[in-house]
Design a protein around this ligand. Structure first.
Ligand code: CUA
Length: 331
């Protein structure tokens, strides 16, 4: 087979870049903290590239210059004990390591510093296997997997876990902070650009660790206020017969053991609050897009979609229809 350089370049590039898009990267920061991390990474990358090119370049040059030649058996010039060279190649790495150390400590300092402004908003983040609960105590809102924050505002975050150790990470907005059972950790967030930022649990927490994702929706203050006002409303009353059946299952049936529906007797806290389920775009730890067809598959067999999750139920087809009829009203 002919060696085709173009094919290898394409293969190499797709291997290197394929993992990136469309997933978030801290190299595209939208907050001061992610900005510090990105600049440190770039400086280290450039330093490492310069060292790599110089060292490998010198190696290749010497290999070519001193290669064996036909009919010439004289060895290349031997060099012993060159003090100047030895001092140089010891001093340069030491200086580089000192520079890296100083820059790293500066960045750690900047990242760990308290929020520059007074916080406008407090959010309690609770890690569950495998989804995220977000509550806004001052606003009386509890939601799941999608955190809304106003653009430019400083948000104080309190982190706790109900089961194992998780880690809260929004690459474009924050560093990682562990979410530890029996301990309360604190961090702050600030989104400087309107947009949706993907977050990911960054501490192995069981079989579905990789499917413990979330979104941070950074929106204008007006959009945030509108969202908050609608989240504060209680669940709507059911209208059709199917909706009534679904409502009954959620408020007094099996669903109420684990889920909350604001304004009703359903006050379970094991699973996500359902009151405004369809105001969200994803579910099950932001693993699936929230639409009727995914919700139906979920209710038919939650364990097939996300093995090991806490929702173990056997529902009849008419119960699934009833639940979907009511749940889709929860905007
Ligand atoms: Cu939660 Cu990994």
């Amino acid at each position: 087979m002919k060696f085709d350089i173009k094919r290898w370049v394409v293969l190499g590039a797709s291997l290197l870049l394929g993992g990136c898009a469309p997933y978030p990267t801290f190299l595209d920061p939208a907050s001061p903290i992610a900005g510090h991390e990105a600049s440190l990474y770039r400086i280290i990358l450039i330093m490492a590239l310069v060292v790599f090119v110089l060292v490998e370049g010198a190696l290749i040059l010497i290999l070519i210059r001193d290669r064996g030649r036909k009919g010439d058996n004289t060895p290349p010039k031997q060099v012993y004990g060159n003090t100047r060279l030895e001092v140089t190649w010891t001093a340069i790495p030491i200086l580089l390591v000192i520079a890296l150390f100083v820059m790293t400590v500066q960045t750690m300092h900047a990242v760990a510093a308290p929020a520059p402004q007074k916080s406008d908003l407090n959010v309690q983040v609770t890690g569950h296997q495998w989804w995220w609960e977000f509550s806004y105590p001052a606003l009386g809102i509890t939601t799941a997997n999608e955190l809304h924050i106003p653009v430019g505002g400083t948000v104080q975050i309190t982190l706790a876990s109900v089961d194992v150790i998780h880690s809260f990470w929004v690459p474009q907005l924050s560093g990682k902070t562990d979410v530890i059972p029996g301990q309360t950790n604190h961090m702050w967030l600030k989104g400087e650009k309107i947009g949706v930022y993907h977050g990911q649990c960054a501490e192995f927490c069981g079989t579905n660790h990789a499917n413990m994702r979330f979104k941070v929706i950074v929106e204008s203050q007006a959009d945030f206020n509108a969202w908050a006002a609608s989240q504060q409303k209680d669940a709507p009353q059911p209208q059709t017969d199917a909706e009534k059946q679904g409502y009954k299952m959620i408020t007094t049936g099996i669903c109420s053991n684990c889920h909350t529906l604001n304004g009703t007797d359903a006050k379970g806290t094991i699973g996500p609050n359902l009151t405004h389920l369809f105001s969200r775009t994803s579910f099950a730890g932001s693993t699936f897009d929230l639409n009727q067809s995914n919700l139906r598959s979920w209710l038919q067999d939650t364990q097939a979609m996300k093995p090991g999750n806490d929702m173990v139920v056997k529902l009849k087809p008419d119960e699934i229809d009833a639940l979907i009829a009511y749940l889709t009203q929860l905007k």
